[in-house]
Design a protein around this ligand. Sequence first.
Ligand SMILES: Nc1ncnc2c1ncn2[C@@H]1O[C@H](COP(=O)(O)OP(=O)(O)OP(=O)(O)O)[C@@H](O)[C@H]1O
Ligand SMILES: C[C@@](O)(CCOP(=O)(O)O)CC(=O)O
Length: 201
Amino acid sequence: MSTTNPPIILIFSGKRKSGKDYVTDLIHKRLGDDTCCILRLSGPLKEQYAKEHGLDFSKLLGAGQYKERYRADMIQWGERMREQDPGFFCRLAIREAKQPVWIISDARRMSDLQWFWREFPQQCCCVRVEASEQIRLQRGWKFTPGIDDAESECGLDQGVQFDWIINNNGDAVLLEEQLKELFVLAKEKSAHNNGQQSINS
Ligand SMILES: Nc1ncnc2c1ncn2[C@@H]1O[C@H](COP(=O)(O)OP(=O)(O)OP(=O)(O)O)[C@@H](O)[C@H]1O
Ligand SMILES: C[C@@](O)(CCOP(=O)(O)O)CC(=O)O
């Protein structure tokens, strides 16, 4: 069962190898398991795709090259599912969430944001993770036509007013500095939520 009304949802997006997983893992570690959970829209997608194609789900979740071999096909497979039901992966991703702070680590499409805005109009905070092409190349990114110029990577390039833009070019001090306010906001919201829960109980 999920906490259907979390006080805050941080929705992260960013290009391949911008560091979405790195940054969201850092926030998660800092806030702790009781306060915060990471929800990946690609989690249920990869799980189902792995089952149907006899692949290693845990390797699809990792940061290595394995998932890149299947990325183009996974994108198309996921898009066919989304065409039938745009909220399909969003609903699956949040079903077990119990903590007050939800981190969606991988929004890619306007339809993902629209789903969260519609379901949770007061709680969504959109965060963009950015890194230069040079840094992304160093992290193993290679421009791939059909992926890096398609909706999966470019769907949120325009038309979104991000609440936060995090520069993640590898400077740990700068990253920490940028995350300070986010930590404060998340802690405030979760503390307020705990207060509300003890009033209601
Ligand atoms: N600030 C950082 N300092 C050191 N290493 C980093 C930093 N940010 C990202 N990395 C490393 O770069 C690689 C890519 O980062 P990550 O997997 O977080 O990117 P991503 O945006 O989630 O990529 P993808 O969309 O391909 O899943 C990882 O090996 C990660 O550890
Ligand atoms: C298939 C897909 O979910 C892969 C995402 O993998 P990752 O977040 O880059 O590890 C991308 C998409 O949904 O378009």
